[in-house]
Design a protein around this ligand. Structure first.
Ligand SMILES: [Zn+2]
Length: 338
């Protein structure tokens, strides 16, 4: 399928959400979405001061890679994978049409998360604040992997904190949208309804789309001599853990069976999907086998090492930067997160 058709399927919902948010929060600045053709896996958000608008730019390669991954793996060659992604818990006959819709639904979840992450940079005041402290050159916050030492006024720790905060906005709003939509008719989920048997699956499927997105971005790669104080990003596994925690906290606020979600249930999923995604990346020539290490993390690494760094960010960086973001944010202080 042409990527333009995939984009056309997703765009109306995103534009509708922007329209609703602008009305509800009385945002006078325009928020536009554009697509670029640089063939890099990247999305950015920036504020253009001269004509008072925000711009979310998503490269077509983001759509391409996500679409290709799901449509070349969710098929009859990988019945086990189809079964895992379906979360029905029962044996099923392989069905081509079902597999295609399942793949489409995961594409939908992944792309919406990426869009919402960029929207989070706008709604939570990151860009307004960023513009206020840098040289006014409309710098963008972006999701690619470059290690840059110059963040135009932000420290690496602050940049990392903003990324975690945008992720948190994205997973929360993804779930709010999904849960609302699931009950509505007509709904953006109508075309995927046959692969979402009950509302329960929405959490696990969204979580899975995030795990796989992080893996596609190279979560399993052996780390180089990366210095966290010079990097825009914390390790992807730490970032993923924070995203998973947001889903868990959110699910626990619901008075339904989704309440039982916890890291013990979710963590094994990461290992389960990692082998398959790494294999795909190697087979398609995106990565060399030698770039991947032993991906099973020990309990100590998971619970202590990854957590220590994030705890430090939340303790030392967040209390300082949150009040600075607030004047530029379109959400209440409480909803900025913490
Ligand atoms: Zn970002």
């Amino acid at each position: 399928m042409s990527i333009d058709i995939v984009i056309k399927n997703h765009l109306p919902e995103w534009e509708q959400l922007i329209k609703e948010l602008r009305e509800k929060n009385k945002i006078t600045s325009e928020i536009n979405i554009e697509f670029s053709n640089k063939f890099i896996f990247n999305a950015t958000a920036k504020k253009i001061v001269s004509n008072d608008r925000y711009l979310i730019t998503i490269d077509r390669e983001v759509f391409n890679m996500i679409y290709n991954f799901y449509h070349s793996t969710v098929n009859k060659e990988n019945p086990q994978f189809v079964k895992m992604l379906s979360y029905t818990g029962c044996e099923m006959e392989y069905n081509e049409e079902y597999a295609k819709t399942l793949a489409d639904f995961y594409v939908y979840l992944t792309l919406k998360f990426i869009f919402l992450h960029e929207l989070g940079h706008i709604m939570n005041g990151h860009l307004g604040y960023y513009n206020s402290i840098n040289d006014g050159m409309n710098h963008a916050l972006n999701m690619n992997e470059d290690i840059a030492k110059n963040f135009n006024g932000l420290s690496a720790h602050e940049y990392q904190m903003l990324e975690i905060n945008a992720d948190s906005f994205a997973s929360t709003n993804l779930m709010i949208g999904l849960l609302n939509d699931f009950q509505n008719s007509p709904s953006y989920l109508d075309r995927y309804k046959k692969v979402i048997p009950t509302r329960n699956q929405l959490f696990l499927m969204s979580i899975t789309s995030n795990i796989i997105l992080m893996l596609i971005q190279g979560m399993g790669l052996v780390k180089g001599g990366l210095k966290l104080t010079e990097s825009k990003y914390i390790p992807k596994r730490s970032r993923l853990n924070e995203i998973l925690k947001v889903y868990i906290v959110f699910s626990n606020t619901l008075n339904t069976s989704e309440k039982n979600l916890n890291l013990g249930v979710i963590s094994p999923l990461v290992d389960a999907y990692q082998g398959l995604v790494n294999c795909y990346l190697i087979q398609c020539g995106y990565r060399n086998a030698s770039e991947f290490g032993d991906y099973k993390l020990s309990e100590v690494e998971l619970n202590n090492d990854l957590q220590e760094y994030i705890t430090k960010l939340y303790k030392e960086i967040w209390p300082v930067i949150k009040p600075k973001l607030a004047p530029f944010a379109y959400v209440t202080y409480e909803n900025l997160g913490g």
